[in-house]
Structures are given as structure tokens and as C-alpha cells.
Design a protein around this ligand. Structure first.
Ligand code: GTP
Ligand code: SPV
Ligand code: MN
Length: 586
């Protein structure tokens, strides 16, 4: 009798017709074979093996360098289950359209079977997936990003309890590119892209879109959040999880070198992109990172902004769409002040200053988590870490203050549900356009977001010690168009205030939108930011917020009656507070 996994592999083989099938065991010998295969395929080169041992540079097809939200679908029987913010296709239509593309798509190619675990191998919060792919690059990345091979197969045994994900490069034609999710059968089909979130199916497809659906069914949470531990002078570590949209600072916050290290404040990394959380027996929300590696944005990364990852990525790492120096080392904008001579750009062409960025703005590194000096001793704790604060934030050049706290859980859910951020290069489409991105989950929620808000409200009632909820904005700009806040390691000053709020030690002023630090509540010593700039950073302008309030109202209309009353009530209350603030100016 064949196992459910073998049966599925057989049925996919009949459809895609690979020449060979390789079952991945996760061994070192296999890793070498995969690397050789990548290099043979012509898009991957070994880097300088002295300065970057066991590192590779991969150049994607130029049409395939970011997630493609337009061709990402949630395929539920009922259209309403996917909601107004997702692209929807009927499951039968999706199976037909994608099935036609998958038919024979692996002819002459190797199909890899990648069994993987999301989450620490020993954790009951972890889940199993299997990806079938014809891309050696995907295998090499999944090896870093998940616990894959024998460890996963052993845990699976004869069970059918895994999320099957089928992936083929197809012909890489953007017109024949689809990323389809079938949450009712917990299946993923992706064709026509070899890039990141489109192709590494354990990441956004499973760990967020499918997992968010599972989480609602099973009363837990799957969120687009980093997880960090903030150590305070007493040595106590307080864990926080933060949701920022793609390319808005999760990796950098999770790995920051604290500007207050000499005062005893230090940041430990648990995860940099995704958090799975359930209520623990102690009444706290317990978080694990489903991932075992970091797929991080390269541009802007340097010794000053993120020295932890700079140390980590000197070995066993894959660079995707960065530039290349004559020394055969990876390079990107913001790595150092001057671009070295003789650069080759991300497409392999000789680079000149007039030819635009040398590294693609969404170029990335894939690095094993354990190589990061800041990795938390508890990053693989099977019980997860207890979360004391949720932090939400986006890129807002105006409006949103540096930090504020929500009044309570329900208000916090409203704050998170009404987040907005300027779009970035992490997804195809215009960059810099402000859009609503509730909980940083707009592209990743596998079901109707109105139901997702309700799930959040209900989780608040289930968590005896719910995290306090905050909103931050590192990206506010002054009249000169420059960032007002220095960011990166200085963000620890905001984390410190958050910690002190949790411990009931820090002062705050009530504003219509929530609680903002009093002028002296933030630790600012050693920081070169003037008091006028701080005032600007913490300013809440009721008339600007009234416009925001109206815009939020329009966004909520899309959800019709499905929007929870609690959210509607919070919206009305904010409107009321803003009206009062406008009548009685301070
Ligand atoms: P994804 O991997 O796409 O989910 O992105 P992310 O949220 O992990 O963002 P990441 O930390 O990689 O940062 C994205 C970009 O924002 C990089 O170019 C960073 O240099 C920049 N950035 C991160 N933190 C800060 C900050 O505090 N201030 C400023 N000004 N820029 C920042
Ligand atoms: C993101 O876009 O949020 C990422 C990169 O983390 S990707 O894996 O492409 O989704
Ligand atoms: Mn991300």
C-alpha cells in the first residue's frame, strides 16, 4: 500500500511528466548535488569561496523578481469566503486553468520532493508540508528556510496530515503565472515563477495564507510578524511580535544592534517574518517562528544598519538578484558608501552609474537563522515564547506618530485593521503608493478580512494575558523629504518605552488616536534629534486624522455587513474623539 504522500507524488507525476524524481533527504551530500545542478542550469554562480564560503548568487528571470499579487488567488467554493481584498477563482476553474499549464510542464526536468516542517521539529505547534518543484533553486532555498528532508519525512510517517504544494517554473511567462491557494483542501498550486514568496511555498503560501485559514478553524493565529526578545538591565527578556508590511523593517528590527546596549538593553532574534501563536497553558500567547532561515531584503543592509545579518551571511547563503564585484562578492546599494569599480549588475551586465540600481531593489539574501549572532537561545523552544506586546507599523511619510499605544485589545485590533503603508519593491506594481494593509496581512490573509478581524476580536477573549498593542512609524518625513527618525538600532528607544508601558512605568498622553509618550518618557540621551523634530515625530494632528478617518470608512465599506460591530463601534468612537479634539484645540 502506498502512503498518501506517495499517492499524491504519483498523481502529480502523471500530470507534469518529470524525467526524474528526487526525494530530498536534507543531507549535506544532497546539498552539494543541488548546488551543482543550480550552477549547471546557468542562472546561479558560486561566489568567492574564500570570503563567502558555500555562497551563491542567483539571477532570476528579469520578469520574475518579486511577489505578484495580481496573479495570486484564493480559491474557495464561495466567493465571499475569500473576501473583497483577495483575487478569487472558483476551485474548479483554477484547477482547469493551472492543470492545463502543469500538464507536461516538467518534461525533461527533475521533480524534487521536499518534505518540510514549519516550526521547531519538537514543537506541537509545528506543521508539515511537502513541496514538489522542478527548481533546484527552490530546493536550495527551502533547505535554508525550513527543516526539510528526513526529519520531516520521519515525522510524517504514513499520515496524510501535510499541506501539499505543487510548484513548476513552467515557461516563466508572466501571462501564464498563477499562485493559487485552495484553503478548503489546504493545497497550493504555483506555476510560472521561481521567485521567493511565489515559489518557496512554505513561506507566504502555507505559513500565512493556508495557515491563517487553519488558525481561524483551530483558534490560533498565523501572522506576518517578526518575533524578538528585549533584554533589560536585570537580564529579564520580554518578547514582542511586530507586523510591518513587506520591506518595512521587520528583519532589521528583529536583528537590531541596540543603541542602548551600554544601558543593558539588547535585542534577541526569534523570527523575522512570520509568527504562529496559540494560547499557552500559562495564559500567554505563545509564539514560534515557522521558519529556519531569513529571506531578507539586501539593499540598505550594512554594518551600521544590521551588523548581525552582515556577520551571518558570510557563509552558506544564497544571494538573489544582487550585483557582483570583480572579487566575486555580492554587492547592493547601501552596502557601503561608494560603488566598487567593475560592478556587474543583477542581470549580469556591466554596470555604470547611469544604468540605475546595480542590485535589484528587491534583491535578497537567504541565510540560516542560527548563523545570526543575535539569535535567541529560545528560537527553537518547542513551547514558543510568551508575547507581551504586538507592534504594528508601516511606511507613512506623514500622519502616524513615532509610537502610540492602543487603549485596549479591541481598540488595538481597530488600530491594526486600519494600518496603511506605502507600497515597496517586494511586490510588483507601483512603489510608494499608500494603501490600507490591515495587520500587514493584505496580501497574505487566506480568507475574508472581515472574518479575520472577527477572529482577532475573538482571540482577545480567549487570551487571559493578551499582548498590549502599539503602533509605530519609523518612516515619517520632514519638509525636506528626509526621515525624521534615525531608525534601525535607535528603534530600541521605542521598544524600551513599550516595555515600560507593559510594566506600568512609562508616562503617556492621551490623544484621539491613542496614548503617545510624554515628551520626557522616551530615553533620548546620546541621540542627535532636536526637540522640535521630536515634537513633529510625536505630533497627532486631528484635522489630518479626520481625513484619514474618512478614508478608513471608505475602506471598511468594501466589507459590507460582514465587518464586525466592534470594529464599526471603534471607528465611530475615533470619529467622535477627533470631532471633540477639533472643537477644543489644545
Ligand atoms: P520583507 O522581508 O519584505 O517582509 O521586509 P522586512 O519587513 O523584513 O523589511 P527589512 O527589515 O528588510 O527592511 C526593508 C527596507 O527598509 C530596507 O531597505 C531597510 O534598510 C529599511 N529599513 C528598515 N528599518 C528601517 C528604519 O528603522 N528606518 C529606515 N529609514 N529604514 C529602515
Ligand atoms: C515579503 O514580501 O513579505 C517577503 C518576501 O518576505 S517574499 O518571500 O517574496 O514574500
Ligand atoms: Mn515578509
Amino acid at each position: 500500500m502506498s502512503t498518501p504522500l506517495e499517492q499524491w507524488v504519483e498523481s502529480v507525476t502523471r500530470m507534469t511528466r518529470p524525467e526524474r524524481i528526487v526525494w530530498c533527504d536534507g543531507s549535506e551530500q544532497e546539498a552539494v548535488r543541488i548546488q551543482q545542478q543550480m550552477v549547471r542550469e546557468g542562472r546561479t554562480l558560486p561566489l568567492n569561496q574564500e570570503t563567502y564560503p558555500n555562497c551563491f548568487l542567483h539571477r532570476s528571470d528579469p520578469s520574475d523578481v518579486a511577489r505578484t499579487e495580481k496573479v495570486t488567488f484564493i480559491c474557495t467554493r464561495d466567493r465571499e469566503a475569500a473576501g473583497p481584498t483577495n483575487n478569487w477563482m472558483a476551485p474548479s476553474d483554477a484547477k482547469k486553468i493551472l492543470g492545463d499549464l502543469f500538464r507536461g510542464s516538467m518534461k525533461g526536468r527533475t521533480m524534487y520532493v521536499i518534505p518540510y516542517i514549519l516550526g521547531p521539529a519538537a514543537s506541537s505547534q509545528s506543521r508539515l508540508g511537502v513541496e514538489l518543484t522542478d527548481s533546484a533553486y527552490v530546493v536550495a532555498n527551502m533547505r535554508i528556510m525550513t527543516r526539510m528532508g528526513k526529519v520531516a519525512l520521519d515525522r510524517l510517517g504514513n499520515s496524510s496530515d501535510f499541506v501539499p504544494g505543487l510548484h513548476s517554473l513552467g515557461d516563466l511567462n508572466p501571462d501564464r503565472r498563477y499562485i493559487a491557494h485552495f484553503p478548503e483542501e489546504k493545497t497550493i498550486w504555483s506555476i510560472g515563477s521561481g521567485y521567493g514568496g511565489n515559489a518557496l511555498l512554505g513561506k507566504k503560501c502555507f505559513a500565512l495564507r493556508i495557515a491563517s485559514w487553519m488558525a481561524r478553524e483551530q483558534c490560533w493565529m498565523a501572522e506576518h510578524m517578526l518575533i524578538l526578545g528585549l533584554e533589560s538591565p536585570s537580564g529579564k527578556v520580554t518578547y514582542m511580535a511586530a507586523a510591518f508590511p513587506s520591506s518595512c523593517g521587520k528583519t532589521n528590527l528583529a536583528m537590531m544592534v541596540s543603541a542602548l546596549e551600554n544601558q543593558g538593553y539588547r535585542v534577541w532574534t526569534v523570527g523575522d517574518d512570520i509568527a504562529w501563536m496559540q494560547v499557552g497553558s500559562d495564559g500567554y500567547l505563545r509564539a514560534i517562528s515557522p521558519e529556519a532561515g531569513f529571506f531578507g531584503v539586501a539593499p540598505g543592509t550594512n554594518e551600521k544598519t544590521n551588523s548581525n545579518v552582515m556577520t551571518a551571511l558570510r557563509k552558506n547563503s544564497i544571494f538573489t538578484n544582487t550585483a557582483l564585484t570583480i572579487l566575486n562578492e555580492p554587492w547592493w546599494e547601501g552596502l557601503d558608501d561608494d560603488s566598487p569599480k567593475g560592478l556587474v549588475d543583477w542581470q549580469g551586465r556591466a554596470w555604470t552609474p547611469s544604468s540605475g540600481p546595480a542590485a535589484h531593489p528587491n534583491s535578497r539574501y537567504t541565510v540560516p537563522a542560527h548563523q545570526t549572532p543575535s539569535i535567541s537561545p529560545r528560537w527553537e523552544d518547542p513551547a514558543g515564547v510568551p508575547i507581551s506586546a504586538f507592534i504594528f507599523g508601516g511606511r507613512r511619510a506623514r500622519l502616524a506618530p513615532l509610537v502610540y499605544e492602543a487603549k485596549n485589545w479591541q481598540h488595538g485590533v481597530y488600530v491594526a485593521a486600519t494600518m496603511a503603508s506605502e507600497t515597496t519593491a517586494a511586490a510588483t506594481g507601483a512603489v510608494g503608493v499608500t494603501r490600507r494593509d490591515p495587520m500587514a496581512m493584505l496580501p497574505f490573509c487566506g480568507y475574508n478580512m472581515a472574518d479575520y478581524f472577527r477572529h482577532w476580536i475573538e482571540m482577545g477573549q480567549r487570551i487571559p494575558h493578551p499582548p498590549r498593542i502599539f503602533h509605530v512609524n519609523w518612516f515619517r518625513k520632514g519638509a525636506d523629504g528626509k526621515f525624521l527618525w534615525p531608525g534601525y538600532g535607535e528603534n530600541v528607544r521605542v521598544l524600551k518605552w513599550i516595555l515600560e508601558r507593559i510594566e506600568d512605568k512609562a508616562a503617556a498622553t492621551e490623544t484621539p488616536i491613542g496614548l503617545v509618550p510624554t515628551p520626557d518618557a522616551l530615553t533620548l540621551d546620546g541621540l542627535d534629534v532636536s526637540s522640535t523634530t521630536m515634537e513633529q515625530l510625536l505630533n497627532v494632528d486631528p484635522s489630518e486624522w479626520s481625513k484619514e478617518h474618512a478614508d478608513i470608512g471608505k475602506f471598511f465599506q468594501e466589507f459590507g455587513d460582514r465587518l464586525p460591530d466592534e470594529i464599526r463601534d471603534e471607528h465611530a468612537r475615533l470619529g467622535e474623539r477627533l470631532r471633540r479634539a477639533a472643537v477644543v484645540p489644545k
